[in-house]
Design a protein around this ligand. Structure first.
Ligand SMILES: Nc1nc2c(c(=O)[nH]1)N[C@H]1C(S)=C(S)[C@@H](COP(=O)(O)O)O[C@H]1N2
Ligand SMILES: [Mo]
Length: 256
């Protein structure tokens, strides 16, 4: 599931559509398998478009908006709470004891507290979030550019992807996770976000820290991040496709 030829990826997607039940490809509302049949034709066409978008320059910026453009309501979607007892204990304490582990193919594995992340230079951006379920919302995000965190852990040359391990699971206890490559990780708009609309991230939106990777769709914006693992390949992690939804047939490069 690399960013290779569009034909391969389309082939994979079509096979995935045939193999997994259509129900598994429903939207991501509460990680439930809701009805989506009417949308499927449009979605496969969208894949072609997205495969082309994947060829846009690696430094292309996502559009940024003005304060006045912010959505009055920004829905919370997918999982909006976390069952894990360890996470709940951290949340009850305002995440004072939470740390973000960054490890794998790095020279200096590290654990960052929320205070440590907040003490680093911050970036704020107002962007549009697009969910495959068919809604969009414009919100303001503040966080640490991921590349500044990477500079501290010193990725090894063989590292090619970052895998984000989240605290939440679906109803079958399958963990949520996501992955991006280094073009995306070093992009100036890629943030570990801790504030949303000038306030600390709430639990429904992924507290204490979530990913903002602005050139991609909603399901790439991992919430409840606990650990970042640098890897050479993600083929041996979970279903092997680089993310919770990717393991159910969604595109790995989910360009908007
Ligand atoms: N850990 C985790 N991250 C997640 C999800 C999730 O269920 N769990 N849902 C994804 C989807 S499908 C969307 S659209 C966005 C929703 O973010 P929001 O709740 O801030 O709207 O988070 C994404 N990141
Ligand atoms: Mo979504």
């Amino acid at each position: 599931m690399d960013r290779k030829g569009g034909v391969n990826r389309r082939g994979f997607f079509v096979r995935a559509l045939q193999a997994s039940s259509l129900l598994a490809l429903a939207g991501c509302d509460n990680l439930s398998r809701s009805e989506w049949f009417g949308e499927l034709t449009g979605k496969t066409e969208g894949v072609t478009k997205r495969a082309q978008r994947a060829l846009t320059p690696r430094r292309a910026m996502a559009r940024e908006y003005r304060e006045a453009d912010r959505s009055a309501v920004f829905p919370a979607n997918g999982n909006t709470e976390v069952a894990d007892a360890g996470y709940r204990a951290l949340a009850a304490d305002g995440f004072a004891g939470w740390t973000l582990e960054v490890g794998g193919l790095v020279r200096r594995p590290a654990a960052f507290s929320l205070a440590a992340l907040r003490a680093m230079p911050a970036r704020t951006q107002i962007t549009r979030h697009d969910c495959v379920e068919g809604w969009s919302a414009i919100g303001k995000w503040t966080g640490v550019p991921l590349r500044d965190v990477l500079a501290q852990v010193e990725p090894l040359p063989e590292a090619r992807y970052l895998v984000f391990h989240c605290a939440d699971t679906d109803d079958d206890a399958v963990p949520y996770y996501e992955s991006i490559d280094f073009d995306e990780a070093y992009h100036p708009q890629t943030l570990l976000a801790y504030d949303m609309n000038d306030a600390p991230l709430t639990v429904p939106h992924g507290a204490p820290v979530r990913l903002r990777v602005e050139r991609q769709l909603g399901y790439k914006q991992a919430k409840y991040i606990m650990r970042i693992q640098l890897v050479e390949t993600f083929g041996d992690i979970a279903g092997g496709n680089g993310g919770y939804w990717e393991d159910q047939g969604y595109e790995w490069y989910a360009g908007v």
